[in-house]
Design a protein around this ligand. Structure first.
Ligand code: ATR
Length: 277
């Protein structure tokens, strides 16, 4: 018998039952022949400190972090990557062999990789982007778009002050547009991103007027249930290039799986099927 420990990983959040990450990582564990496990764990904020001390002692090599812990988790990290610091949140934790806790945010990476895979001709530098929403997901998207060289980002959110907060943090390339004017900003946008929860199953629909969408725009929705949201449906009918949000979930997980288990996993149709199962 080998004394190699079986590596464990998982996702902490509350609630966590809806998370697709277990299906995704279990698929990759299986196809890569890795003898590890991936476990969903419902953790209260009050227990976070204790959990972060105990998990590495139990054989955990890392965890994903979801709502409501993505910001708080930074307090428990010894090392925080620049992008996690900039976004103010982490989605990936690595328990290093030397005992140090490393926090990273791969949401922006996942967002960009998904666009590159789904819209190979996407050129972020070609013109302004329009971002709907100003929550945690928007922060990661905006940081990634700026990194990719987008010349301007128009941002619109129901609660305007949140969009202004992002402008204060990310600077001059951001322009805040009133929520009632959100449809107008689409007329100039070459990249369009919905980061709100509107259009998700069980949530209200996205009511922003979409007539202004340009047919040369690349349009993506972070909502992936349903896979084809009304935004994507309308955009497709207009001739835009559309990219669904499932790929972002998959691509953000690639660097985590690689760091934890030492194998870079493939993103293919079987991966999508595993997540949709
Ligand atoms: P996430 O981390 O997924 O971004 P969040 O921080 O709760 O989650 O942000 C949710 C986003 O969806 C916000 O932009 C929110 O707008 P507000 O800042 O005004 O709350 C947006 N959103 C959620 N429900 C909405 C609704 N009914 N109408 C308009 N925007 C909504």
């Amino acid at each position: 018998m080998s004394d190699e420990k079986i590596p464990l990983a998982g996702v902490i959040g509350s609630p966590v039952a809806h998370s697709k990450s277990p299906q995704l990582h279990r698929h990759w564990l299986q196809v890569n022949g890795v003898a590890g496990h991936y476990i969903p764990m419902d953790v209260n904020t009050d227990d976070l400190s204790l959990v972060m001390q105990v998990l590495p002692k139990m054989g955990f090599v890392g965890i994903n972090v979801t709502v409501p812990h993505k910001e708080t988790i930074l307090e428990f990290a010894d090392l925080v990557t620049d992008r996690a610091t900039l976004i103010g949140a982490a989605n990936t934790i690595i328990f290093r062999r030397d005992g140090k806790v490393h926090a990273d945010n791969t949401d922006g990476y996942g967002f960009v990789q998904n666009l590159r895979a789904g819209a190979p001709d996407w050129d972020p530098k070609i013109g302004p982007a329009a971002v709907l929403g100003a929550g945690g997901a928007a922060r990661a998207v905006i940081a990634a778009l700026l990194d990719e060289g987008v010349p301007e980002i128009m941002i619109s959110n129901r609660t305007r002050v949140r969009a202004e907060g992002l402008q204060a943090d990310f600077g001059k390339r951001l322009r805040v547009v009133d929520w009632v004017q959100a449809g107008n900003m689409l007329e100039d946008a070459r990249t369009v991103v919905n980061t709100t929860s509107l259009g998700m199953l069980g949530k209200p629909p996205l009511r922003v007027p979409l007539d202004g969408l340009r047919k040369d725009a690349v349009v993506t929705d972070l909502v992936y249930a349903p896979l084809k949201t009304r935004l994507l449906e309308v955009a497709e009918a207009k001739g835009c290039t559309t990219v669904d949000g499932l790929g972002m979930l998959i691509h953000q997980a690639v660097p985590a799986f690689e760091r934890w288990f030492g194998v870079r996993p493939e993103v293919d149709s079987a991966t999508r099927a595993a997540v949709l199962r």
